[in-house]
Design a protein. Structure first.
Length: 119
């Protein structure tokens, strides 16, 4: 389970990172990561997923491969497809540290960011 702590940076990726969403029924959906933080992110998908469903999100960021459990939040329609927010619910400590390191590296490199409210 993730740790609750101070606000983190939410990095805007603009769809530059491909992601695979694995559903519990075995279906796989491809999407693009629009925003990402250590708490979750925002995926661009062709079709929305129901709020509250559990999935596994798989993506590569820099030299790190991330595979973790997440819960889908309420989708928003976009110009093409939808934007589907999600929150990480199970995160191995090593993966969490790797993701944090990669996000900090993107911020240092000048990636667009905004402050994220923690719950």
């Amino acid at each position: 389970m993730q740790k609750k702590g101070p606000r983190g940076s939410r990095v805007k990726l603009g769809g530059s990172i491909l992601a695979l969403v694995l559903l519990e029924n075995g279906r796989q959906l491809r999407g693009r990561m629009n925003q990402l933080s250590v708490n979750g992110g925002l995926l661009s998908l062709e079709h929305p997923l129901d709020e509250g469903i559990a999935v596994t999100v798989v993506f590569h960021l820099g030299s790190t491969s991330i595979r973790c459990r997440a819960r889908m939040l309420f989708p928003m329609w976009a110009t093409q497809g939808c934007l589907q927010p999600f929150r990480f619910v199970e995160f191995a400590e090593a993966d969490h540290a790797n993701l944090n390191r990669e996000l900090e590296s993107l911020v240092r490199a000048g990636a667009s960011q905004e402050e994220e409210e923690s719950e």
